[in-house]
Design a binder for this molecule. Structure first.
Ligand code: BT5
Length: 281
C-alpha cells in the first residue's frame, strides 16, 4: 500500500519568494554598532557621520551617561530596559522635508510598540510617543554639517523599568524629569526586550524610509504622521522660549511646524513644547 502525503491546507503552502522575503536581511540599517555604554548615541553618531559613516548606520547602547533631549534637556534612562538608538540618514530630500526623518523614526517605533506589545500609543507633536498624557519615547534629530547634510535621529524608548528605578537617592521620578514618563510595560503589562523591539523597529523603519524616498513619499509620510498625531484637534498649551499660549492645534505644516488657532488667528510653531490640556484646564 502506497502512502499518500496529505494535501497541504492553503495556510501551510509557502512560496519560495515568501520564504526568501521572511529571511532576507535588511538592505538598510543592517550595520548596527552595539555598545555597553556611551555618553550619547546621538553624539557618537554625529562624530561618525563627520568621519564619513554611511547612510543607514545605527548605534545602540545599553546605557548613556549624557543622554540628550531637545532644547539642551537631558534624557534619563535606567541601566537596562530602554532602547537607546541613533540612526544616520544621508537622504536625497529637500531641506524642508528633513523633519520627516524624525517622523519616520517615531512612526517606526509606534508600529514596533504595537507589533511587540499591542500598545495603543500615539504621537504627540513633534514626535513623542505617548499613552494618554504619559511619555513613552522621545525623538531627537541633529543636522550634521557635511555636504550634502546628514541627519542623525535618536530615539529613547522606555520598555520596562528595573526594580529600584528611578533611584530614590537621585530624588526620584520628579527630580529626574520622569514624573510624566511611562514604559511600554506600564501601558500594556508586557515586557519586550531591547533586541526584539530593535528588530521590529528597524524592519518598520526600512519600509518607512523606502516609502519616504519614493516619488510622492514626503506627502504620504506627512499624512501618516497627522493620522497618528493625538495633538491635532486638541486644546493645547504651547510653551516657547518667550512664553505660553493656549489654543486648538489644527494641523501640521509641510515644514513640520504645528498650527494652532489662538483667538481666531492661526499661528505656526516650529520649536516648542506642547501640553495636551484636559477638560477643565
Ligand atoms: C526628547 O527630548 O524627548 C528627545 C529624547 C531623545 C533621546 C534619545 S536616546 C538615544 C539618543 N541619544 C541621545 O543622547 N538622545 C537620543 P525632549 O522633548 O526635550 O524631552 C526631554 C524631557 O523628557 C526631559 O526634560 C524630561 O522631563 C523628560 N524625560 C527624560 N528622560 C525621560 C524618559 N526616559 N522618559 C520620559 N521622559 C523623559
Amino acid at each position: 500500500m502506497s502512502e499518500e502525503s496529505p494535501t497541504p491546507k492553503p495556510s501551510e503552502v509557502c512560496s519560495v519568494e515568501a520564504i526568501k522575503q521572511a529571511s532576507s536581511p535588511r538592505r538598510r540599517f543592517g550595520d548596527v554598532e552595539r555598545l555597553v555604554e556611551t555618553t550619547s548615541t546621538n553624539e557618537l553618531l554625529v562624530a561618525r557621520a563627520l568621519d564619513g559613516a554611511p547612510d543607514g548606520s545605527v548605534i545602540v547602547a545599553d546605557r548613556q551617561s549624557e543622554g540628550r533631549g531637545r532644547r539642551s534637556r537631558k534624557w534619563v534612562s535606567p541601566p537596562e530596559g530602554a532602547l537607546l538608538c541613533s540612526v544616520l540618514f544621508r537622504p536625497a530630500l529637500l531641506l524642508e522635508e528633513i523633519h520627516l526623518l524624525s517622523s519616520i523614526v517615531a512612526l517606526g517605533a509606534l508600529a514596533a510598540a504595537r507589533a511587540t506589545t499591542g500598545a495603543g500609543v500615539m504621537l504627540k507633536w513633534p514626535n513623542d510617543l505617548v499613552a494618554g498624557n504619559k511619555k513613552v519615547a522621545g525623538v531627537l534629530a541633529e543636522l550634521v554639517s557635511t555636504a550634502p547634510p546628514a541627519v542623525v535621529v535618536g530615539i529613547g524608548c522606555n520598555l520596562y523599568w528595573p526594580a529600584g528605578w528611578p533611584p530614590p537617592s537621585a530624588g526620584g521620578a520628579h527630580r529626574l524629569g520622569l514624573k510624566d514618563a511611562a514604559t511600554l510595560e506600564d501601558v500594556t503589562g508586557r515586557v519586550v526586550t531591547r533586541d526584539e523591539f530593535l528588530e521590529a523597529f528597524l524592519d518598520e523603519l526600512e519600509l518607512l524610509y523606502d516609502r519616504l524616498l519614493a516619488p510622492g513619499g514626503p506627502a504620504r509620510i506627512a499624512v501618516a504622521q497627522r493620522a497618528a498625531c493625538a495633538t491635532i484637534g486638541r486644546r493645547v498649551r504651547v510653551e516657547t522660549e518667550t512664553g505660553a499660549l493656549v489654543g486648538i492645534a489644527s494641523g501640521i505644516r509641510a515644514d513640520g511646524a504645528l498650527e494652532v488657532e489662538i483667538d481666531g488667528v492661526t499661528r505656526a510653531f516650529s520649536v516648542a513644547d506642547v501640553v495636551h490640556l484636559r477638560g477643565g484646564e
